[in-house]
Design a binder for this molecule. Structure first.
Ligand SMILES: [Ca+2]
Ligand SMILES: [Ca+2]
Ligand SMILES: [Ca+2]
Length: 337
């Protein structure tokens, strides 16, 4: 190699480095690619700075995490799970929060900044459509590994270059059919979590996806409260934690009793940061009070305006609830420009 070639190669290297510093690399990946883990359950994907993922939104964010602005802990938060389709047997959480300095990030959002960004990510930028569980969407963003999963998020950075985008591909596709599992597929004979780094069996296979567990009972109904955790047990004695969301149903209705079924997102938040082979749980974000299946079927009966508590009659109980919530407004959904 003569000197000119070496010089030209050196300049090209510098040029590429400058371009890379300005323009993050991005690629469309499957959830399966993005959620790859090593033998300790730690995420290994690092091929690009940002990723593009597509799939079906499994939840409404405000039923999972509280969007209300606050200086306490992480403040207002937002999270959706997206399930891959077809052969893409995995899923990914997309998370956004207010007080990143509480997690070593670059700054905190003011309440106004938080609300503006939540309004942005709750709506399709092309049509203004409000996203809802069951939509087919596309997310472009940075990512960060946390306790067993790679999450798409802002890497705890408030600078606008770390924003993620949510776009609508197809509205109202409907939730995926939950995969029917039994607890012996995710817990061993000693009631320990089954962790398989190949992700072809055990908890990892179902992570961030909608599953159904039939014929279980809730052994600790006293823990039934919004954002609480209850435990289900099957006939073999295997158990699994169920994280309750903050949907209004956990206040409105009593904990279902007897043998029930449950439809939930199988989530992981491991006990450690470096070994992430535990901490699996089922996450149900709302309950419609049907008594047989712990889920929110999302199709209300009655067709009666003003029947706030869905008991098929309008009376003072509805009025009292209306009065109690007078002028309440959902952050990130109301008063968006
Ligand atoms: Ca995992
Ligand atoms: Ca941002
Ligand atoms: Ca009523």
């Amino acid at each position: 190699m003569n000197r000119n070639v070496i010089w030209a190669a050196a300049m090209l290297t510098i040029f590429v480095a400058v371009v890379r510093a300005d323009e993050p690399t991005v690629a469309e990946v499957t959830h399966w690619q993005l959620q790859a883990v090593d033998e300790d359950g730690v995420g290994t994907y690092d091929a690009t700075d940002k990723v593009i993922i597509t799939g079906i939104a499994l939840n409404n964010p405000e039923e999972m995490l509280n969007p209300t602005p606050s200086t306490v802990e992480m403040g207002g938060e937002w999270q959706i799970y997206i399930q891959g389709e077809g052969d893409d047997h995995a899923g990914t959480a997309v998370w956004y929060g207010q007080n990143y300095t509480k997690a070593g990030g670059s700054g905190n959002y003011t309440d106004e900044e938080l609300l503006a960004e939540m309004c942005r990510i709750n709506h399709d930028p092309n049509t203004g459509y409000t996203f809802i569980a069951g939509d087919r969407i596309k997310v472009t963003g940075w990512y960060k590994f946390y306790k067993g999963k790679i999450n798409v998020n802002e890497k705890h950075q408030v600078e606008p270059m770390f924003d993620f985008e949510v776009e609508l591909l197809e509205p109202a596709v409907g939730l995926p059919q939950p995969e029917l599992i039994t607890l012996d597929m995710v817990k061993d004979g000693s009631d320990q979590y089954i962790f398989d780094e190949t992700r072809l069996t055990g908890c990892e296979y179902y992570q961030a996806r909608l599953v159904r567990v039939n014929d279980v009972n809730i052994v600790d109904p006293n823990f039934w409260v919004p954002d609480g955790t209850v435990t289900i047990r099957d006939k073999t004695g295997r158990t699994f934690p169920v994280k309750l969301g903050i949907g209004e149903g956990f206040t409105r209705y009593d904990c279902p009793t007897g043998q029930i079924d449950i439809i939930a997102i199988l989530d992981q938040e491991s006990s450690g940061y470096m070994v992430c082979t535990d901490g699996y749980r089922l996450w149900v974000t709302n309950y419609d009070g049907n008594g047989l299946v712990l889920t929110d079927r999302g199709h209300k009966r009655g067709n009666l305006p003003g029947d706030i508590n869905a008991d098929f009659k309008v009376n003072f109980i509805d009025f009292a609830e209306l009065a109690a919530n007078w002028l309440e407004c959902v952050p990130g959904l109301c008063d968006c420009d």
